[in-house]
Ligand binder design. Structure first.
Ligand code: AMP
Length: 277
């Protein structure tokens, strides 16, 4: 497994890879969710590139950039047995050279949900992912359904900017009790960790209503809120039942829909989602 940091070394290493390349972009502090993307990439491509970069431009001023968990040695030891060819760990100076002023922005899709709560977040995401695509030239790029809006926004960017690659969205990997795996779960204390299953429980309750024939979106949102309200440690930021493609809030579900939510568990902000239909 080749590990590189500079753009020069990345380019030399990329040139030495012949055949299909799967790319898995990450911010590190890897868990089984990330590793499921790597395994899928390995199964579907001759080579796999993983990037590890805690991208400063996707964090808001009051967010957790400085305390975002990092453990490079552990990350590399998790990737080695999976047959990853190349790990690129660029520095902020490589990604954002002095005087930086070029941005990639996706319009309407970034307005609701995460975009509404985290102004500027997706501008940082699309910019860094476009740069990762340019540098690594993947055949396929792997993202998690866990970050549903991110996947939708990047898919839009790939179509709009004619990136010659295929997007692969992989299912959310969960703990045994349903909590979606996330690097941020490390912030949870014992009580918060127990309470955090309420996201999965509220999504499951709404999905059960849907499967019983309920198609009123507000009824599903109310159900999710009611289950979240049973957990005193949970503070709802938003709860949504939206059209899967446009991410606009629905009144009546007629096609594919996305149930999603952001919930504070103490100081830790958790997101999760289910796809319906
Ligand atoms: P991150 O390091 O949080 O930026 O995540 C890197 C990639 O892993 C993104 O495409 C995420 O959507 C994906 N990912 C994160 N958590 C999970 C999970 N629990 N299951 C599947 N994919 C995930």
């Amino acid at each position: 497994m080749n590990t590189v940091s500079s753009l020069f070394d990345l380019r030399a290493a990329r040139l030495s890879l012949n055949g299909t390349v799967g790319l898995v972009p990450t911010m590190g502090y890897l868990h089984e969710g990330h590793l499921s993307l790597v395994s899928r990439a390995k199964a579907e491509n001759k080579h796999v590139i993983v990037t590890i970069f805690v991208n400063p431009t996707q964090f808001g001023a009051n967010e957790d950039l400085s305390k975002y968990p990092r453990d490079l040695e552990r990350d590399l030891s998790l990737l080695r047995p999976l047959g990853v060819d190349l790990v690129w760990m660029p520095t902020a100076e490589v990604m954002y050279p002095s005087g930086y002023q070029t941005w990639v922005e996706v319009d309407a899709l970034t307005s609701p949900l995460e975009g509404a709560m985290r102004p500027g977040h997706f501008r940082g995401v699309t910019t860094v992912v476009a740069k990762l695509f340019n540098a690594t030239q993947p055949t396929k790029a792997y993202f998690g359904q866990k970050d549903a809006q991110q996947a939708a926004v990047i898919r839009r960017m790939v179509t709009d900017l004619n990136f010659p690659l295929e997007m692969v969205i992989c299912p959310t990997t969960r703990e045994a009790d349903g909590l979606a795996m996330s690097s941020r779960n490390k912030y949870l204390n014992e009580a918060e960790r127990k309470a955090a299953t309420v996201l999965f429980r509220s999504l499951s309750a709404a999905k059960a209503l849907y499967e019983g024939g309920e198609r009123n979106a507000e009824t599903l949102r109310e159900k999710m809120k009611a289950v979240l309200a049973t957990e005193p440690l949970a503070q709802i930021q938003y709860v949504s039942c939206a059209d899967y493609d446009s991410l606009a809030e629905l009144e009546i579900i007629t096609g594919k829909a996305l149930l999603s939510m952001a919930v504070f568990m103490g100081k830790t902000r958790l997101i999760d989602n289910f796809v319906l239909g």
